[in-house]
Ligand binder design. Structure first.
Ligand code: TYM
Length: 342
């Protein structure tokens, strides 16, 4: 259990989308492949996070399990003994540690979190305390296991940094209790990427692709049929410059499609730019992107159909047993230094 830990979580509110896949799922699966044996991999479903946005409670349990099937369809090898898949609420230490960390987190810090500002825009007094506080729960998710690397999309970077700040503050007061997640620069260097990914909504590329989008027209869900996904890509908003150019600020639509194509075909962005910049036929370019998305979905969905439920449930049960032990050890250390246990 002394290997450095790579950890990430994906909520189960709704079906996951291409942004979740490219921003968090694919990076952790790639890290597993690249660093097999060297690291411990924790991939979990933060089911307690689910109430921060409207959900159908009757489906949550099944959706949490389904998330783990999606992890496996994405290529996660659950036969690896250094890999753990689990549900947050099955490890009560997450909630316990959150309550303690709440007293070491400032309201000012939580108010500065972009996600809170965006979701609670203009109506913060009617936003749930759960939404306001979830970055602290997220800090507990990370710190319980001493995770060093936390692959997430750009929208979650601030929360990983908050986890680091809370841990540092706690350690300054009580000694070396928590292992700090690496600082943002090291996180990015570790993934060998230029930046954290932010996949954008296809119709409104000024916004991120998000499961809370009501129409779903700008979102590629992992369970979209290849035909539906092709239509969505072909109708993606681009620009009227008349010539393809990568520029995230001025041309977010076309740049987003280039990001997607690069990530799905595992091609450096520079090669994609070389290949397409200057072209005036947006339709041909979109057709290439649509093809890569359709190919990806076909393979992913075939993998999903092959996931063995018996094996998956066995792995989850085993992981939850082992991770309860790890999490409880960290919790006990914390309880001791804050005076709750001797
Ligand atoms: P969640 O469930 O909203 O998203 C899961 C992961 O997907 C990434 N993501 C994106 N990446 C690129 N482009 C997008 N459009 C896009 N949309 C989502 C997110 O950044 C995230 O990495 N609080 C977290 C889950 C969580 C967690 C944790 C993550 C809970 N505890 C501990 C890491 C460590 C969340 O709500 O992500």
């Amino acid at each position: 259990m002394s290997k450095p830990v790579i950890l990430t979580g994906l909520r189960a509110n709704n079906d996951l989308h291409l942004g979740n896949y490219l921003g968090a799922l694919l990076p952790i699966v790639e890290m597993q492949k690249k660093h097999a044996g060297e690291f411990q991999i924790n991939l979990f479903v933060p089911d307690l996070h689910s109430f921060t946005t409207p959900i159908d409670h009757s489906k949550l349990y099944e959706q949490s399990l389904n998330n783990i099937r999606l992890f496996i369809a994405a290529g996660l090898n659950i036969k690896d003994e250094n890999t753990f898949v689990y549900r947050q609420s099955f490890i009560p230490a997450h909630s316990e540690l959150t309550v303690i960390l709440n007293s070491f987190t400032y309201i000012g810090e939580l108010k500065r979190m972009t996600q809170f500002k965006e979701k609670g825009e203009g109506q913060q007094s009617s936003v749930s305390a759960g939404l306001f506080d979830y970055p602290v729960l997220m800090a507990a998710d990370i710190l319980l296991y001493g995770a060093k690397y936390v692959p997430v999309g750009a929208d979650q970077t601030q929360h990983v940094e908050l986890a680091r700040d809370i841990a540092e503050r706690f350690n300054n007061k009580f000694g070396d209790i928590f292992i700090l997640p690496e600082a943002e620069k090291q996180q990015i260097a570790f993934t060998e990427s230029v930046d954290r990914l932010r996949i954008r909504d296809l119709l409104h590329p000024e916004k991120k692709m998000s499961k809370s989008d009501e129409t779903g027209k700008g979102v590629i869900f992992l369970n979209d049929s290849p035909e539906v996904a092709t239509k969505k890509i072909m109708s993606a908003t681009t620009d009227s410059f008349g010539e393809i150019k990568y520029d995230r600020k001025e041309r977010p639509g076309i740049s987003n499609l280039m990001d997607i194509l690069a990530a799905l075909t595992n091609t450096p962005l520079d090669s994609i730019k070389q290949q397409y910049e200057g072209s005036t036929t947006y339709g041909d370019f979109k057709a290439d992107v649509a093809k890569s998305v359709a190919n990806f979905l076909t393979t992913f969905q075939a993998n999903l159909a092959r996931v063995d439920d018996g094996q998956t449930l066995y792995k989850i049960t085993q992981s939850e047993k082992q991770m309860n032990d790890v999490a409880n050890q960290t919790l006990l250390k914390v309880q001791k230094v804050v005076g709750l246990r001797v």
